[in-house]
Design a protein around this ligand. Structure first.
Ligand code: PLP
Length: 343
């Protein structure tokens, strides 16, 4: 399995993007305006105080429990550099960067595989008791499953670093199951991203929330000034009440759009879905998915291959939730592709 594969390389100039999970129509104009206004200060080295305070306020944490990062992706690297796990476990299928970061830092990684038969639900008993570093995603990319907060809390124990990647949590109404505010959970590192909901993948901005001593350990292995001034401006802007309202509205829209997509897909007998999707994407199983994906490209649609996620075979595709008119056009194309495959 190629852990280095990401949906962005599946895009093309003529293709409708259902492969990358950045919210459609972003970044919003008001956010671009704020970032643009902040560019005048580029001669100065970045100052993080305001952005840290904004994140801390947003999640009800102390400023010392916040570490700003160049996207969630950097957070995984800092975790891998700061800690020396004897038994690191990554719960799959999930985003591959956490495992890659651990491996690149010289750690061995064990994979715990959740199964389609169980709807990719977490089985806490499957995580080895002596694992001293455990990484999960919530909601999980690509399975779209949201693990209950109690189950994740129960995975914490003395001497264990428990990493929960909440990169997509702000896409869910009310952020159910978020542990971002859970300062009471021992060893918990919550990773968050601002790149998906706000369309800032190119700016690289995210953060992690953890006990202050762990934040210090991770800050110690981070390059100085790792987060640029425009990214800091964006962080403050994305933590306002106005931004929270916009994210909440978008999250509710997303639920409607996802129901529409899953309803349309459920009418296609060749398409199987598993579990209860709670993310801005759905995971589907289609026999011969590779050929289906290539035929969809010929019809102008890029979807994300599933076979590069550990635990998924060649028959899986991940499809981004988009506005209904995009879904209509996509499902029409998929219907034709599937009919051609049968002929
Ligand atoms: C589950 C998950 N976590 C983290 C990331 C990385 O996010 P960022 O752009 O903040 O580095 C991604 C990107 O696709 C993701 O899917």
């Amino acid at each position: 399995v190629n852990l280095d594969h990401h949906g962005d390389v599946e895009l093309g100039p003529e293709l409708v993007d259902l492969a990358v999970n950045v919210r459609a129509g972003t970044p919003p104009g008001w956010l671009l305006d704020e970032i643009t206004a902040g560019l005048a200060g580029l001669a100065a080295y970045p100052r993080q105080d305001q952005a840290i305070a904004a994140v801390a306020r947003r999640h009800g944490r102390a400023p010392g429990e916040v570490l700003l990062t160049a996207g969630a992706a950097e957070a995984f690297v800092l975790i891998a550099r700061a800690f020396e796990p004897r038994r690191a476990v990554v719960v799959h299928p999930q985003f591959t960067e956490p495992e890659l970061a651990l491996r690149n830092a010289g750690h061995e990684v064990e994979q715990v595989l959740l199964t389609a038969a169980d709807g990719f639900r977490l089985d806490p008993a499957g995580v080895p008791a002596d694992a001293d570093l455990v990484m999960l995603g919530n909601p999980t990319n690509p399975t779209a499953v949201l693990h209950p907060a109690e189950q994740l809390r129960a995975l914490a124990r003395p001497g264990r670093v428990l990493v929960v990647d909440e990169a997509f949590m702000d896409a869910l109404p009310g952020e159910p199951a978020s542990l971002a505010a859970a300062a009471d959970v021992e060893g918990l590192v919550v990773v968050r991203s601002l790149t998906k909901t706000w369309g800032l993948a190119g700016l690289r901005i995210g953060y992690l929330l953890a006990p202050a001593s762990m934040v210090r350990a991770m800050a110690a292995v981070q390059p100085h000034w790792a987060v640029s001034t425009p990214a800091l401006v964006a962080t403050v802007a994305c933590c306002t009440d106005r931004a929270a309202d916009e994210a909440a509205t978008a999250a509710i829209e997303l639920v409607r759009q996802r129901e529409y997509l899953t309803d349309q897909l459920s009418r296609l007998p060749a398409v199987r879905m598993y579990g209860e999707g709670r993310a801005p994407f759905v995971l589907v199983r289609i026999a011969g998915a590779r050929l289906v994906r290539e035929a969809l490209r010929d019809k102008g649609f890029a979807v994300r291959r599933g076979d590069t996620f550990p635990g998924l075979g060649p028959d899986w595709l991940r499809i981004a939730v988009r506005p209904e008119r995009v879904t209509d056009a996509f499902v029409d194309a998929l219907r034709v592709v599937l009919a051609e495959a049968i002929d």
